[in-house]
Write a protein that binds this ligand. Structure first.
Ligand code: KG4
Ligand code: ZN
Length: 404
């Protein structure tokens, strides 16, 4: 027993992680020492889609095939990773996401696993986002969140509030009825003629640069009343009198935001002041809506021994979680006294660090690895993490070999 403990204490191994589920080719190398993870280095290249206004899947597939081998080779050469000195474990995104992008990463990772004779873990991309607050350093509360905790995943492809009761048990408490918050924000930003490879941060910057006196004036404009001074209507979904205050299913909805803006632009002459008003109100109301629906879920499930009653920690993850206004609204307006965990900005958007971290958790705590037959999964529900095909138990000998 003591010998076993001593072995655990001195366990030291490296991990290579790859994230290719959309437009980033991203690779990270970790060192795992005495049960804690240290990121050695992460490198990435991102497909530039500014000119076409959105990621084209075939272009992303080709981009990854072109870039990922060289990028990995450079990272490995720099840190003395080779067939003679391989990492103990390889982690790669298996889904959900763009199948072409995922398969470029997955095939490459399988090749490395075969060549280096090391286990492979095919990671759920959203689990990576959800667990990212377990990696130091995290703003706010530095201790990792304790199960059960709530994680708001707010990205370009997904917007959901999940309850994590353990590493493999997740329940989606709120999902989106239509599109994701990031997708809506990007569409709104395009209506506002903002340009860039990532439009959410452009909108945040644009609003931050509006004259503060104007902002005070905009705050007083009630966009629920269509006869306001600007005749601009925008409201948070599911709040009208025709909706139950506490519905059977609590949902987010974001599709109405870009369509309201498109309708306004078609009706009214457009000028700089209106553009600023629309940008400001969009950001405010999208995030007010998120806070409002979470508060409804807390009322529904948070009292009298409900499933959220024991939750103390709240993690905000995914690209949109990088937004300062969202962070402020969550920490000020949610009605439960949570310990908030806001990952550093670079861990909010897609990255290989989160994939490595989630893969290590799966390998060490669930003792699972993926078979070499696995295929990308385009749609992979959060509550089916271990129910999909391709998981294999890691035996003691293989575990010891990886973690030597
Ligand atoms: O998690 P992520 O990098 O990729 C997906 O898995 O979707 O999220 C990308 C999304 C994009 O919609 C982007 O515009 C949005 O996150 N985003 C932001 C901010 N940074 C990224 N949205 C609002 N404010 C930001 N600061
Ligand atoms: Zn993502």
């Amino acid at each position: 027993m003591l010998r076993h403990l001593a072995r655990q204490q001195t366990r030291r191994y490296r991990v290579l992680a790859l994230e290719l589920s959309c437009d980033d080719s991203c690779v990270a190398l970790f060192e795992r020492v005495h049960g804690s993870t240290r990121l050695v280095e992460e490198v990435r290249e991102t497909l530039n889609s500014t000119a076409v206004g959105g990621v084209i899947p075939t272009a992303a597939h080709n981009f990854h095939q072109e870039r990922i081998a060289r990028l990995t080779q450079q990272l490995c050469a720099k840190h003395n990773v080779s067939a003679a000195n391989p990492p103990g474990l390889i982690c790669v995104t298996r889904g959900p996401g763009m199948v072409g992008s995922i398969s470029a990463g997955l095939q490459f990772a399988k090749g490395l696993a075969v060549a280096w004779d090391r286990p492979l873990v095919g990671v759920h991309h959203m689990l990576g986002h959800l667990l990212v607050a377990g990696l130091p350093p995290v703003e706010g509360d530095f201790a990792p969140p304790q199960y059960p905790f709530l994680s708001l995943l707010c990205s370009g492809g997904h917007t959901l509030l999940a309850l994590l009761t353990s590493l493999a048990e997740h329940e989606v408490i709120i999902n989106t009825a239509d599109i994701a918050a990031g997708d809506a924000i990007d569409k709104c930003a395009r209506e506002l003629d903002l340009r860039g490879n990532m439009l959410g941060p452009e909108l945040e910057k644009f609003v931050r640069n509006i004259d503060p006196q104007r902002i005070e004036r905009f705050r007083k404009v009630n966009t629920r009343d269509p006869n306001n001074a600007y005749r601009f209507s925008l409201s948070t979904p599911f709040r009208s009198t025709k909706h139950a205050k506490i519905p059977d299913v609590v949902q987010f909805g974001f599709a109405s935001f870009p369509s309201s803006i498109a309708g306004y632009k078609a009706r009214e002459p457009w000028d700089d002041e209106k553009r600023e008003l629309v940008a400001f109100k969009t950001q405010e109301l999208v995030f007010d809506h998120i806070v409002d629906r979470i508060n409804v879920a807390l009322t529904k499930h948070g009292q009298d021994g409900g499933k959220l009653a024991a939750v103390k920690d709240f993690v905000c993850s995914g690209g949109v979680a990088a937004n300062g206004v969202l962070r402020q609204k969550l920490s000020q307006n949610l009605k439960a006294p949570f310990r908030f965990h806001f990952p550093p900005l670079k861990l909010c958007t897609d990255n290989a660090t989160m994939i490595g971290h989630a893969g290590i958790e799966i390998f060490e705590h669930l003792r699972l690895k993926s078979s070499l037959d696995i295929l990308p999964i385009r749609r992979w529900p959060m509550n089916e993490l271990t129910q999909v095909d391709g998981w294999e138990r890691v035996g003691d000998a293989e575990y010891a070999k990886a973690c030597k």
